[in-house]
Design a protein around this ligand. Structure first.
Ligand SMILES: Cc1cc2nc3c(=O)[nH]c(=O)nc-3n(C[C@H](O)[C@H](O)[C@H](O)COP(=O)(O)OP(=O)(O)OC[C@H]3O[C@@H](n4cnc5c(N)ncnc54)[C@H](O)[C@@H]3O)c2cc1C
Ligand SMILES: NC(=O)c1ccc[n+]([C@@H]2O[C@H](COP(=O)([O-])OP(=O)(O)OC[C@H]3O[C@@H](n4cnc5c(N)ncnc54)[C@H](O)[C@@H]3O)[C@@H](O)[C@H]2O)c1
Length: 485
């Protein structure tokens, strides 16, 4: 795109280099903010303290899905007549780990750094910190410090890190977090996983299939933010795969001695293992970011408006995990597209932003239409609100459930198919507020639900969206028939 009159090349005055936009953190979200503002003709610098590509590329989405894909493919093959006998043996763990290493680019970022270069974004390696309004310092690995200035915006895209709970002995037990769980080079004989959120169930699924004996310890229910049947189906499948799943169980202490880690549970039991993974949530990477220099609290999540601009500021944006709106790569990249457009519009002096619901400068989907796939066996795929979330928001709703085993396409997909679907309908507007599918192969079905929810497609019109026979997506017809009675 041709640079606009606002576009200014980086100036190399004394020590400070000035750009239109400075981005802190080159994870998937920072990369996309930089891409969007460059495409709008603004100059951009990006600061990265570890690897360009962020958590997602090296210790989260990519390596975890590379570990899980063979697990799910084997499970699917085992449910198909004529094929089952060919996949009865164990997974080749070494081959799966090698495949994972390829997908994590062997923890090297040349490819992604090259891409930044190709779109004209200057990369500064080092720790970025705010140093007052529109100013950033970068401390390079060799200790040298340089200053960057931003004419229009600084976007904080520094992401999140795993939290290890403050339990007696936990820190000294050398626990795994999501980083080790996605990058380990060996299969522990016994693995304890603490936490029944998405990281907990995905990593329990992967390591159990790779040969560990997994014990999953969950203080409440499995996948508590999703429809209850999703966690029940995933927990049942983990148990069938040989894992031990204990719900309503809390860890009270952890010890490591002679290579064995032991947890004490609230009921008095003790369990031993070779490794322990804490999959117990995330904290924002804002503790050492100079937030105090701009009147914000170090270590806090950054609250933003619908354009991802930090409350009370006209130049500071926080995009992706760090604003806590939806800790998902695709949602952070969506925010980056919205924030990038808003930064560019404001830089160009556009008098009025499209900040209405679903407007070009409003990340509305963060509230109403977030899609997520949990890549377990069975998969869980959800978009929009659960029944509980819709009721908590005061909506007048009806949940419609359907047994996925009764859909012709499901039976063809897998012998003995087990799964369930729920559609949450807004009774006042007759639109779909949320959909959850749990079952083999449902991940690729999800975008149909996302389109229905984000598009607020009336139920009467969905009736005319005919699903192909015989696919699993015929569940849409069954849900609509059940709703209409
Ligand atoms: C195990 C696991 C699996 C996941 N799987 C999925 C999935 O399948 N699908 C999905 O959508 N989401 C998934 N997620 C969530 C996803 O990883 C995050 O939502 C996503 O990485 C957030 O992107 P981000 O750019 O905001 O932050 P990050 O990816 O964390 O990137 C932030 C970057 O900022 C850098 N940085 C931090 N502080 C500074 C500083 N002071 N100066 C310079 N640089 C700094 C970091 O080094 C990092 O590179 C998963 C998460 C985990 C833990
Ligand atoms: N496929 C995907 O989309 C995918 C995969 C992995 C992670 N993610 C995202 O990454 C983020 C982080 O995932 P996560 O699973 O770490 O966090 P989470 O918040 O989803 O789950 C953490 C779980 O740990 C529990 N917990 C917290 N403290 C505990 C303690 N002391 N003892 C026992 N349990 C405790 C919580 O109750 C919660 O259920 C999530 O927002 C998730 O959406 C997405």
């Amino acid at each position: 795109m041709t640079p606009t009159s606002n576009a200014t090349a980086a100036s190399s005055t004394t020590d400070t280099r000035t750009y239109d936009v400075v981005v802190l953190g080159a994870g998937p979200v920072g990369e996309n903010v930089a891409d969007r503002v460059r495409a709008a003709g603004l100059s951009a610098a990006i600061v990265e303290s570890e690897l360009v590509g962020g958590e997602c590329s090296y210790w989260a989405c990519m390596p975890s899905k590379a570990l899980l894909r063979p697990v799910v493919a084997r499970a699917d093959a085992r449910r198909v007549p004529g094929l089952r006998h060919l996949v009865e043996g164990p997974l080749d763990a070494a081959a799966v780990l090698a495949h994972r290493d390829d997908y994590a680019s062997h923890w090297k970022d040349d490819g992604q750094a090259g891409w930044l270069d190709s779109i004209g974004v200057d990369l500064f390696r080092g720790v970025g910190r705010l140093a007052g309004a529109r100013r950033v310092t970068v401390t390079a690995p060799d200790g040298t410090v340089r200053e960057l200035a931003a004419r229009h915006a600084v976007a904080v895209c520094t992401g999140s890190r795993a939290v290890v709970p403050d339990l007696p002995g936990a820190a000294d037990a050398k626990p795994w977090t999501s980083r080790e769980a996605t990058s380990a080079d060996h299969v522990p004989e016994r693995l304890i996983v603490v936490g029944g959120g998405v990281v907990g169930v995905e990593m329990a699924t992967a390591w159990q299939a790779l040969g560990s004996h997994v014990t999953l310890l969950v203080r409440g229910a499995v996948l508590p933010k999703m429809e209850p049947f999703a966690g029940e189906l995933v927990a049942d499948a983990l148990r069938e795969a040989g894992a031990e799943v204990r719900t309503d169980t809390s860890v009270t202490a952890v010890h490591r001695q002679n290579g064995t880690v032991t947890v004490e549970l609230d009921g008095g039991d003790r369990i031993g293992a070779d490794e322990i993974l804490f999959a117990t949530g995330r904290a924002p990477r804002t503790d050492d970011l100079g937030l105090d220099t701009v009147g914000l609290e170090p270590g806090a999540w950054l609250s933003v408006d619908e354009s991802c601009r930090v409350a009370g500021s006209d130049w500071l944006y926080a995009v992706g995990d760090v604003n806590r709106r939806a800790l998902l790569t695709h949602q952070g990249k969506y925010q980056a597209r919205i924030a990038g457009a808003a930064i560019a519009a404001r830089a160009q002096g556009v008098p009025l932003l499209e900040s209405d619901r679903w407007g070009a400068h409003s990340a509305t989907a963060d509230h109403d239409a977030v899609p997520q796939v949990v890549f377990t066996d069975p998969e869980v795929a959800s978009a929009g609100l659960t029944l509980a979330a819709a009721e908590a928001a005061g909506r007048r709703v009806r949940a419609v459930d359907y047994d996925l085993a009764n859909v012709a396409g499901s039976g063809l997909y897998a012998d003995g198919y087990r799964g369930r679907a729920r559609m949450v309908v807004d009774l006042d507007r007759e639109v779909v507020l949320g959909v959850t599918f749990a079952g083999p192969g449902v991940g690729e079905l999800l975008h149909s639900a996302t389109v229905a929810v984000a598009g607020e497609v009336p139920i009467d019109r969905l009736w005319h969206a005919v699903p192909a026979y015989p696919t699993i997506s015929e569940v849409w017809l069954r849900l609509l028939e059940t709703y209409r009675g």
